[in-house]
Design a protein around this ligand. Structure first.
Ligand SMILES: Cc1cc2nc3c(=O)[nH]c(=O)nc-3n(C[C@H](O)[C@H](O)[C@H](O)COP(=O)(O)O)c2cc1C
Length: 210
């Protein structure tokens, strides 16, 4: 193509030096690592500027009608983190696991709120935001879990949030080993643990194509 267009475009998107010995993680490897982690290194403190970096991906995302209705509250440790922790539920499918285990709790959170009533467009924006933020976290060596199961009214009051919270993203330095397992339509999709590994069943390409 004229003017080395592809090479220039590659540099624009991935930065100078990309493809010239400086290796960057592929999207596939980030997606694979982008699992739901529910146990974290208790000796590692996520810093406020790391949460700002993660939230900043939202300034580059698409948004229905470009309305940009999502707002974010960042919480790093302290009393507020304890309040969030007491109001969220992890691994609701397996209450017998008693997660998070003592000493491995998440201590950093991003609470996502909206400036309007929740609606399908806001929910699509929310999904895009969560995927982008969790991918950014993985790129930074962090990880987390999206939490929908929480007491929204109590959380709003506890943190004096001006808006209704839609979802909580719990973050930290993950210590869990997680593996994906290919399964087929009709198989159980319930995640499980064996010998210290957390397994997540995923439908194959053939199963999801119609
Ligand atoms: C919209 C949404 C809500 C979720 N809510 C919770 C939750 O309340 N608690 C929890 O432990 N995990 C929650 N998860 C994590 C899912 O359980 C997880 O995505 C699923 O088990 C598949 O695992 P994976 O993310 O590693 O692929 C949620 C995920 C999504 C996308």
């Amino acid at each position: 193509m004229a003017d080395n267009y592809l090479e220039k475009r590659h540099e624009e998107v991935f930065g100078k030096g990309a493809g010239k010995g400086i290796s960057r993680p592929s999207l596939d490897s980030l997606l694979l690592k982008n699992r739901s982690y529910r146990g974290f290194d208790g000796s590692y403190d996520v810093l406020p500027r790391q949460l700002d970096t993660i939230v900043s991906v939202n300034t580059k995302l698409g948004s229905g009608m470009n309305a940009q209705r999502l707002r974010f509250r960042c919480i790093c440790g302290g009393e507020d983190a304890s309040k969030v922790l007491s109001l969220i539920k992890l691994a609701g499918a397996h209450p017998e696991w008693g997660l998070p285990l003592p000493g491995t709790e998440p201590r950093a959170f991003i609470i996502v709120c909206a400036t309007c009533e929740e609606n399908p467009i806001v929910d699509i924006d929310l999904g895009m935001s969560l995927e982008a933020m969790t991918l950014k976290a993985v790129e930074m060596g962090l990880g987390g879990v999206i939490v929908r199961c929480f007491d929204a009214a109590a959380l709003r009051e506890a943190l004096s949030l001006p808006l209704q919270p839609l979802i909580v993203l719990a973050l930290g330095k993950p210590i869990e080993r997680i593996s994906l397992v290919p399964v087929h339509e009709g198989d159980s999709l319930k995640y499980y643990r064996e010998d210290g590994v957390h397994y997540v069943p995923k439908l194959t390409l053939e199963d999801i194509k119609i």
